[in-house]
Structures are given as structure tokens and as C-alpha cells.
Design a protein around this ligand. Sequence first.
Ligand code: ZN
Length: 304
Amino acid sequence: MDIAREGLERQRAKRKRVARMKKLIIYTIVTFMILTICIMTFLCVEVVSLQRQINEISSRIATTEEVDNPEQMSDEGYLDDVYKVDNAENEAKEGDIPMVYLTFDDGPSENTDKILDILDDYNVKATFFVVGQDTEKYGDAYRRIVEDGHTIGMHSYSHKYADLYSSKESFEADYNKIHDLILDTTGVDTKYYRFPGGSSNIVGKCSMSVFINTLNEKGAVYYDWNVVSGDATSRAFTADELVDNVMTDVVKYKTSVVLFHDASNKDATVEALPRIIEKLNEAGAMILPITDDTTVIQSVNVVQ
Ligand code: ZN
């Protein structure tokens, strides 16, 4: 009897041990799973917040560079990766006469008169996308652009990306300022606009479609470019290289809108300009100012 009870007791104790072991194993597994889920959730949250911080920092860097170093600011710099013009329809074919539009951004400057003299020497008309300057100092330059028969367009008043692209209101206020400055100084009610950084820049907080719509509301049309001279890149090209840059690309298109800069530190542009005009003439190109008939070259299509 005792032996039977002892056996029974032993079995019961064994079952208890097994049950305890099972419980322990289940607890361990559950704890491990909960821990894993916690760690994974924590890591996911960290990754998302880090990504957000990286985005903020990189947009801040881009904006600060622009505001702090307007002279070194490169319209093209922002566009190296994002700028795409659909040139499929615009490819030059055998026998096409290249239509070339020379455009000068960021003026007027101390170089404006030199550029205008060269254009005058060759009897060539171009397009100037101007910014807001002191009219006491540069009033004559704005007027001479118009009197010499060139097209004058807007390139924002402030050219400060951080302010300009901060909201629809700030963009519109800046538009009105540069539009009225040109109207009051030259009498021209211009509708041509070039976005600082181009229409596909990624610096602003708002989508560019907000600003494109603002231009639509005002009946303005914006022009990007499909040929870069290279006079605003971080690398300082020589005049010879600027000539090569322009001539290499101009032959590819029916319509070429060439980006130059009219700024006081752009001496290579002034030096290269006569040779570029001569080479374009030799190539049988037509050099024209932007008008309502010009093929619109835009990197982003109008978003309604
Ligand atoms: Zn510019």
C-alpha cells in the first residue's frame, strides 16, 4: 500500500515538475516575443524619426547655402539630379535650322552693359530674366535691356529661395514686386517668368505646382532651359569651356533655351559670349529673343 502511494506521489511530483517546465517554456517564449515586438517597434519609430531629421537637415542645408552665398548660388546646382526636360519632340533633324534663345538670369549687374554691348555689336536679341535691384543704380540697365529690343522677364524680386518658396502668399507678393518694378522702370508689362532654381527645384516647402498655378492665374508663362552654359556651376569653367558646353548641346535641339548668368562675377560669360554668337552664326542658327511664339521649354508640365 505504502509502495503504491509512494509511486503515486512520485508520479504526481513528476507531473508537477513537467507542468512547471512547460509553463516556464511558454513564459519564456511569450516574453521573448513581446520583447522582440517592443524592440522592433522602437527601431521602426527610430528609423522614421531619423529619416525625418535627415530630410529636414538636407533641406535646411540647401536653403542656407542659397541664402548665405547668393553669389555662389547655382541655379543648376539644385537641378543636377532632378532637372529633366522632355526633349523628345524637340530633337533636331537633318536640315532643321536651330532656334537659339540666349537667356541671362540674375541681372542687372555690373556686367549688363558689357553683355548688351556685345549683343549690339552682333545685332543679336536675347532675353533677360531680371531680379529686384536698386533702381537708383540699375534703372538705366533695366531700361537699356528694353530699349535695345531685348525681352525682359522676371526672375523673382528677392531671389531668396527660403522666402520666395515658403508659401503661395510670399511667392505672389514677390511676383507683384518684380512685375511692378519692371513696369514702373521700363513700361513693360512682362508675363515671362523664370523660377530661381528652375521649375523643378526641390528647395521650397510647398509643391512647385502651387507657384505654377499662381503664374497661370496671372497669365504669366515660365521658361526653363535645356542648354546650360555652365557659368553657374560650382566649378569655374573657362570661356573656352563655356563655348564648348553651349555648342555641344545646341546642335541637338530644334529649340534651345540657353542658360547664362548676368552677375558681376561672371566674367567668363562676357568673354565667351562673342565666340558663342559667332559659332552659332557659323552653324546657321537663328538667335532670337523669347516672344509669345517661342516654343515653351519647361521641365515640369503645368499642374492644374
Ligand atoms: Zn537665378
